[in-house]
Design a protein around this ligand. Structure first.
Ligand SMILES: NC(=O)CC[C@H](N)C(=O)O
Length: 442
């Protein structure tokens, strides 16, 4: 059932939108030297307020209730690089107040918001239980088949079903098979595009690739009337994009560069994200269609003249074979929801401008030849892949990653699609939902 906007926990989601904007401006201001001194005092004051909240006698601070409040709001201390030092406090009974203040000082603003329940999703329990309900309802859905044109994908257990979400403040929740690894396939195309725009500039990218939905299957041999791929979210466009990224470097250097970017998008240390070489080889052995597509584009001069066909197809296929799970995918999607800043490291991984271009094209082209209907019914930027993954972005609020291998004729996960529809309906997430705009006026 759809929840009311004005009353109840969903209104918290919306009421926090203005706070997110304030948060952004605070981040921008913190790069200003003059402000820094003021901010330091503020942080100390906030750290003291926080200390007093958990101190009975004004001299010692109780650690356990402090940690419990952080966990209650959806923060995962054990695998959130920002909060690891608090995870390490587990088992410490109390700290001297000054010791506590110096430990929390740098994060005081964030911690204060967290313990007061003022992160972007204020009522995280409500969101968790609604998400769990939608997950359970969608578990019953049958239909679709594993993609089999990449033989390795046909061997995956079709009953796998997992979802994860991560908010722009790093609150996380997962259900089902969310730690099972799978290949990112076309869901990686949105991240490749964002990285590509930053690397070579959107003008150069769009000198070679269009920005219109194709209305055709994702690997259709079709170009627009300027002999360009319709957009970067389908195979033709993604192949051309692969040819443009660091073409002077060797294949392994190019892939190394891109994998490091994926690590950063997911908030992980370098060399965490890897390629599933078996699926990659399986696709390479059956890549006639993509080969035909790239030679067709070569004949139409859609690629830079010095492009190596061999390296391009290999780079493209390796990018499709990047191995993630729902946890990682949700953080990556949340990085897009957060203007390119990874929520669990606070690192700016891609620029806000590239995120804007990416979300725009995900909205219009992210779901292949189902993009129009998806935009109509769900109204959120999303990108799917034939492994059965869908990454969804709720701008300024959260990213989600859904995984269920059976896909429909368009190549979209059947359970994932229904999950998106219900998610948008229950939380009023459609970007053009009129109550959303009404609320903005308050
Ligand atoms: N839709 C997809 O996920 C397609 C990706 C797949 N690797 C291919 O090139 O066909």
């Amino acid at each position: 059932m759809a929840a009311s906007l004005r009353k109840g926990p969903v209104s918290h989601l919306f009421s926090s939108i203005s706070k997110i904007r304030l948060l952004y401006s605070a981040r921008l201001l913190s790069s200003d030297g003059i402000r820094t001194a003021v901010t330091e005092n503020n942080h100390k004051d906030k750290a003291r307020v926080l200390a007093e909240r958990y101190s009975l006698d004004g001299a010692k601070v109780k650690i356990d209730p402090f940690l419990q409040d952080l966990v209650k709001t959806g923060l995962k201390l054990e695998n959130d690089p920002r909060l690891l030092k608090y995870h390490k406090m587990n088992g410490v009974e109390e700290l001297h107040i000054n010791e506590f203040i110096s430990a929390v000082q740098d994060d005081a603003d964030f911690l204060q918001r967290a313990v007061e329940g003022k992160l972007v999703v204020e009522d995280f329990d409500y969101v968790k239980s609604t998400i769990d309900n939608i997950y359970n309802e969608c578990s019953e859905i049958k239909g679709g088949k594993n993609a089999s044109y990449i033989p390795e994908l046909s061997l995956v257990d079709p009953s796998l079903w997992g979802i994860s979400l991560c908010t722009v403040d790093g609150q996380r929740h997962s259900v089902g098979d969310s730690s099972t690894s799978f290949t990112i396939q076309s869901a990686g195309k949105c991240f490749n595009y964002a990285i590509g725009c930053d690397e070579i500039g959107r003008e150069r990218v769009h000198q070679y690739i269009g920005m219109e939905p194709s209305g055709a299957h994702f690997n259709r041999m079709a170009l627009n009337n300027k002999s360009k791929p319709h957009n970067p979210m389908i195979n033709s466009g993604a192949l051309v994009l692969s040819s443009l990224i660091k073409p002077r470097l060797s294949l392994h250097e190019r892939m190394g560069f891109l994998l490091r970017k994926f690590d950063e998008l997911a908030g992980l240390p370098p060399r965490s994200i890897k390629i599933d070489t078996i699926t990659c080889d399986s696709e390479m052995e059956h890549c006639d269609k993509n080969m035909a597509l790239i030679y067709y584009m070569k004949s139409k001069k859609s690629l830079p003249s010095d492009t190596s066909i061999d390296d391009t197809i290999k780079l493209y296929t390796r990018l499709c074979s990047i191995e993630i799970d729902c946890y990682k995918g949700a953080v990556m999607a949340a990085t897009l929801a957060n203007g390119g800043v990874c929520p669990i490291t606070n690192k700016q991984v891609v620029t806000p401008a590239s995120v804007r271009h990416t979300l725009t094209l995900m909205h219009s082209c992210g779901m292949y030849d189902f993009s129009g209907e998806f935009a109509f019914n769900v109204g959120l930027p999303a990108k799917s892949g034939v492994s059965g993954v869908i990454v969804v972005v709720v701008p300024h609020i959260m990213g989600l990653c859904l995984y269920s291998p059976p896909v429909n004729d368009n190549g979209n996960s059947v359970k994932g699609l229904e999950f998106c529809r219900r998610l948008s309906k229950d939380f009023h997430f459609h970007l053009y939902h009129s109550q959303f705009h009404q609320h903005q006026k308050f």
